[in-house]
Ligand binder design. Structure first.
Ligand code: GLN
Length: 198
């Protein structure tokens, strides 16, 4: 039995819970889901999902609770993490509010990437598009909701899916990060792949 956390400071939690349960069943893995709201819980989990939502709210709540330091240490030591949308913003080393603007340091900052928050701007604020993920051998529906754009990544990061020329799903060892919402794709492929990393 492995314990899979979902960071539960704010944001879309239930869909991840459902996707994780379904994925675990498919790959025959026994999991227990833990909604992580306190820093003491970090010690006891084997993997964590950082959900979508509002990265600025998560940042201020999480900082008050002192949750990011132990989380960062645990991810550094190899714990698998799946970041989606706002979760990916928390993971990234550099964050911009707009393309031309200055970059600030990300909250967890372990994913060597620069992201632009709400990168698709107003016209294309939210959209759906088909994503081909060769490594997982699937095509899934990519649901983008006020999504960030990954503007720059370091060489050792693998790109698993792209939209136009922008990476939308990337992997840096134990870190898997999507700018879209895999929990809303109707497919559990990404959650299965994540659980297999534990
Ligand atoms: N726009 C949000 C942010 O900047 C992310 C949106 C999402 O997670 N769906 O934090």
């Amino acid at each position: 039995m492995v314990k899979v956390g979902i960071l539960a400071l704010q944001g879309a939690l239930e869909e991840h819970e459902n996707a994780l349960k379904k994925a675990a069943e498919k790959i025959n893995k026994e999991i227990e889901i833990v909604f992580v709201k306190r820093k003491e819980q970090i010690e006891n989990i084997d993997a964590i999902v950082l959900p979508g939502g509002e990265s600025t709210s998560m940042r201020s709540i999480g900082r008050k609770l002192g949750i990011f330091d132990p989380l960062k240490e645990k991810i550094k030591s190899g714990m698998p993490v799946l970041g989606t949308c706002a979760g990916t913003i928390l993971l990234s080393s550099k964050v911009k509010r707009k393309k031309e603007g200055p970059a600030t340091d990300g909250v967890i900052g372990l994913l060597k990437a620069t992201v632009i928050r709400n990168g698709y701007g107003r016209q294309k604020e939210s959209f759906e598009t088909d994503l081909k993920i060769n490594k997982l051998n699937v095509n899934i529906k990519g649901v983008f909701i006020r999504a960030p754009i990954i503007e720059k990544i370091e060489d050792d990061i693998e790109i698993l899916a792209k939209v136009d020329n922008d990476p939308v799903l990337v992997e840096q060892r134990n870190i898997l990060a999507a700018t879209f919402h895999p929990e809303l794709s109707g497919s559990t492929a990404i959650h299965e792949y994540f659980l297999n990393k534990i």
